[in-house]
Unconditional design. Structure first.
Length: 177
């Protein structure tokens, strides 16, 4: 498990106090900075659980996305857009997953220059094990009751909607492909 820093003060609260003296209201800065700090805490917890399986959370996300697809395959450009990562990062993740035996590359018949990533049986097996371990960890959010996790999701979804991340209403048949 990730070792807690055990700081004697909340660095975000302290930054908020300084921010207010220097720049004005700090509510947005504190909230955004808290999201980033929690992201780093969660990623460290996930990566610790996933490391024995030769996975990072980014690579796990690729595998899960492939399991959600109807065919177990997706073009690399689709993986990048769904996970909001640069094509170079997708290529790096796929290279590592291929080396681990979790993914196979093949030419995309619909796009002569494109590449498909397809999950292997070994990849499906590791997704099952890794998902069980992450679920046992409550995805690092075990300190929150279900109602608060639902509220947190709703709040963050509003931020995503406002940024144009997803349409206000998303047809069910376009959620996975």
């Amino acid at each position: 498990m990730v070792r807690a820093l055990g700081l004697p003060f909340d660095p975000i609260e302290r930054a908020g106090e300084t921010w207010e003296k220097r720049f004005g209201p700090a509510a947005s800065m504190r909230a955004a900075t808290s999201v980033f700090r929690v992201q780093q805490i969660l990623l460290a917890r996930f990566d610790e659980v996933l490391r024995p399986h030769e996975l990072t959370f980014a690579r796990y996300e690729v595998l899960v996305l492939l399991t959600f697809s109807r065919t177990g395959q997706l073009p690399l450009k689709v993986i990048g857009s769904r996970l909001m990562v640069h094509p170079t990062s997708v290529t790096n993740a796929i290279d590592r997953l291929v080396a681990a035996g979790y993914v196979e590359r093949s030419p995309n018949p619909a796009d002569g220059r494109g590449v498909l990533a397809g999950i292997t049986e070994s990849g499906r097996a590791v997704v099952d094990v890794a998902t069980a371990e992450l679920t046992k960890l409550d995805f690092g959010l075990g300190d929150l009751p279900d109602a608060e996790m639902d509220s947190l999701f709703d709040i963050l979804r509003r931020v995503r909607l406002g940024a144009g991340d997803v349409a206000e209403t998303e047809p069910a048949d376009t959620r996975t492909s």
